[in-house]
Design a protein around this ligand. Structure first.
Ligand code: NAP
Ligand code: GLV
Length: 312
C-alpha cells in the first residue's frame, strides 16, 4: 500500500481525509499520512502545498513530490529539494476556467467602472460615467500556458484584442503571440490591460517593477494572479498612487497572508483578493494525482512532471 506524506498549508487533518477519500476512488490502496508524523518516514510520494521543506528533505524514501497546485515554486524554493526527485504539478481545466472567470470579472469591473458606480451609490448619485470603448482596448496576457491560454481565448471571445507572451513561441488562433524581452516591453507600452499569469522563476521574479510600470500607458489596469514575487509592491503602490496605473487587481502577494501592515490594503485603486482566483478542486484534480502516484509505484515518470532546469 503506497504511503503518501500530506501537507497543505497548516497540516489540516480534515482536508487530508477529504483528499484521501477522493484519491481512493481512483487508487483504493493508497494511504495518506501527515508529513510531520513518524509514518511519513516510509512515504514514497509527498503531496504538498507550502510545506516545511526542511522536513520534506529529511524523508529518505521519497521518489516523487506532487504539488497540490498548478504552481511548483513552493517546492523549488531555495533549492532545498534534491534535483533528482521528480516534481509533478496539477494541470486541471477546471482551474483554468475558474481563473478565466476571475480574470474576466476583473477586466469587466475595470471596463465598466464598477467601483466608480459603487462610490456613486454611496452618495446617491444617479449619473452615467465615461464609458470605455472595449473594441479599442488592448489586453496583454503574460504567460499563456495551461491557464493563460484559456484566459486569452475567453477574453478574445468577449470581443477584446488579446496578445500573449511566453518563453517559447505559441500559435493560438485569434491571439497575437510574442516572445522575448523586447516584445515584453512593446506589450507593456502598447496594451491597456496587463494580466500576469506567469510561474515564479528566476526570470520572472520582480518582472513588474518601476521599469515595467513606467512604460505602461497612463491609466493602465494591472491584474496579477501569477505570484506575488513577480511584483515590486512598493513600485506598484507608487504608480497607483499617482494614477499612472488607474486600477490594480491582485490575488497573490510577496508575503501571504498579506500582512495587516501592508500598504496595499489602503490604496483605494488596488483590489485585494486572498489567493482564491483558481483554487485546487479535490474532485476534479484527484484522478491525475492518483495516476501520478500509480506511475511512481510502477517506476514511470508521471505526466506533468516539471522541467527542473526551467523552474516550472
Ligand atoms: P504553465 O502551463 O507552465 O504556463 C506558464 C506560461 O508562462 C507559459 O506560457 C510559459 O511559456 C510562460 N513563461 C514561463 N517563464 C517565462 C519567461 N521567462 N518569459 C516568458 N514567458 C514565460 O503554468 P500554468 O499552469 O498556466 O500556471 C501559471 C501560474 O499561475 C502558476 O505557476 C501559478 O504561479 C499561477 N497560479 C495562480 C493561481 C491562483 O489562484 N492565483 C492558481 C493557479 C496557478 P512557455 O509556454 O513557452 O513554456
Ligand atoms: C495556486 O496558486 C496554484 O499554483 O495552483
Amino acid at each position: 500500500m503506497p504511503i503518501i506524506a500530506f501537507y497543505s498549508k497548516d497540516s489540516n487533518l480534515e482536508l487530508q481525509n477529504e483528499w484521501e477519500n477522493r484519491l481512493q476512488v481512483h487508487y483504493p490502496l493508497l494511504n495518506l499520512v501527515p508529513l510531520l508524523s513518524n509514518e511519513a518516514e516510509n512515504a514514497i510520494t509527498a503531496l504538498l502545498w507550502k510545506a516545511p521543506l526542511d522536513r520534506v528533505k529529511k524523508l529518505n524514501n521519497l521518489k516523487c513530490l506532487i504539488s497540490l497546485g498548478q504552481g511548483v515554486d513552493h517546492i523549488l524554493k531555495d533549492n532545498v529539494i534534491d534535483k533528482k526527485i521528480p516534481v509533478v504539478r496539477i494541470v486541471d481545466p477546471f482551474m483554468a476556467k475558474s481563473m478565466s472567470h476571475w480574470v474576466i470579472m476583473s477586466v469587466l469591473n475595470f471596463t465598466r467602472d464598477t467601483f466608480g458606480y459603487h462610490n456613486q451609490q454611496k452618495n446617491k448619485i444617479y449619473k452615467n460615467r465615461k464609458e470605455i470603448d472595449f473594441t479599442t482596448l488592448k489586453i496583454a496576457v503574460y504567460g499563456i500556458g495551461a491557464i493563460g491560454s484559456v484566459v486569452a481565448k475567453d477574453l478574445k471571445q468577449l470581443g477584446f484584442k488579446v496578445h500573449g507572451w511566453s518563453r517559447t513561441q505559441k500559435k493560438i488562433p485569434g491571439i497575437d503571440c510574442f516572445v522575448g524581452t523586447d516584445k515584453f516591453r512593446d506589450l507593456l507600452k502598447y496594451c491597456d490591460i496587463h494580466i500576469c499569469l506567469l510561474p515564479l522563476t528566476l526570470e520572472t521574479n520582480n518582472i513588474f517593477c518601476n521599469s515595467a510600470f513606467k512604460i505602461m500607458k497612463h491609466g493602465s489596469c494591472f491584474i496579477n494572479a501569477g505570484r506575488g514575487e513577480q511584483v515590486v509592491e512598493e513600485h506598484l503602490i507608487e504608480n497607483c498612487k499617482s494614477g499612472h496605473i488607474s486600477s490594480a487587481i491582485l490575488d497573490v502577494y510577496r508575503k501571504e497572508p498579506l500582512p495587516k501592515k501592508s500598504k496595499l490594503w489602503d490604496q483605494e485603486n488596488i483590489r485585494i483578493w486572498p489567493h482564491v482566483a483558481a483554487e485546487t478542486n479535490p474532485e476534479t484534480a484527484a484522478k491525475q494525482i492518483a495516476n501520478a502516484i500509480e506511475c511512481i509505484e510502477n517506476n514511470k515518470l508521471p505526466p506533468n512532471t516539471i522541467a527542473r532546469e526551467l523552474g516550472y
